[in-house]
Design a protein around this ligand. Sequence first.
Ligand code: PLP
Length: 428
Amino acid sequence: MPEDHIIDTLKHAEGLDRADPLAKYREQFHIPKVNGNDSIYLTGNSLGLQPKKAREYVLQELDDWAKYGVEGHIHARHPWLPYHEFLTENMAAVVGANPGEVVVMNSLTVNIHLLLVSFYRPTGKKRKIIVESDLFPSDLYALSSQIEFHGGNADEDLILWKPREGEYAVRYEDLEKIVTDQSDEIALIFIGGVNYYTGQLFDLKRITSLGHDNNIPVGFDLAHGAGNIDFALHDSGADFAAWCSYKYLNSGPGSLAAIFVHDRHRTAFNLPRFAGWWGHNKETRFGMRDPFDPLPGAEGWLLSNPPILPMAVMRASLELFQDAGMTALRRKSEALTGLMLELIQSRNISGLSVITPEHPDQRGCQLSLYLQNNGKRVFDFLTDNGVIADWREPGVIRVAPVPLYNTYCDVWNFINLLDRGINKIAAA
Ligand SMILES: Cc1ncc(COP(=O)(O)O)c(C=O)c1O
């Protein structure tokens, strides 16, 4: 038997689960049930699952609030005054950054705006922003409104890095051409680290070097990569990044986001920024009289005293990442998506194509599956049979086997149901 022969049986998938060193983390999560059984939950790219420890961590804060009132800022078991600092180290490790480069705050779109205030500085004819096409709508709205805020015209100043005719993934050589042809007109490159629709993973370092070689700042939205890709964000040299925590970082619906500002800007206090008291010097913050004295590093972008309850959930979740480690998680993620791809290819399912790049270096945790016919009916069949996945018009099912809590059996069972559903609906 050739070494790369695909063994397409549930028994084989069960064996992979038994041998999986990360399998133990599944029991740390609440897995939603469908008809009394564990669902095949493949939507960690939208909302990650609840860590069981989250409840205990939130209850601790509620108890301390009941017990101490305002004094909890000092006397709570985890004092609220510096609470965001309890998250920084683990969050920085998730994206491969130094702790001083990362802070948890606000929501993702808010943070993108705040970072654009500092890093999108159009002057003269240098005012364009390059983005990948099919970027998440909120990013598009944020970028367009920033262009308009600076008196520009988004129709002219937003340049889309598009895939070629008949392709889904964008190509670096096309980005290189746009940048070198128009470098004196481009003020910013802003790319999703993993595209939310196609699942294409980008090379942060390559894009950053291209930008910097042409005197253009570079930022990333890492919403679809943080918690599943072992990014080396500091080493990429990127100027800034932002990401949410409710997807792969399992911190609860609408929970807080995080930012990264590269160490080279650590004391760049001349960068324009919107300020608030939580970004002010901690020694004099409660003097209440001093002019704004920004903290060095990412903390200098903080505005408000942050909400403790969602941060308690995040603390519980990040401990699991700290324990499992991003290298091991990424390894398993590649194996899960790899198995899914192999099963799809070996079964040669009619009318199904994968629009996510196949090479592991170019895909994240999510595969986007395009169904030529009856896509929505197939999706409904999957839902009726216990799969929780995500539907995007015109015919894409996005599935994300998450290395912290999904299993190889989830992958096999999903492909088996998908195959059955497609054939059943085609025959009806
Ligand atoms: C890539 C990307 N950017 C931005 C957002 C918007 O995030 P928020 O609602 O937290 O601002 C999302 C939400 O899913 C997203 O996936």
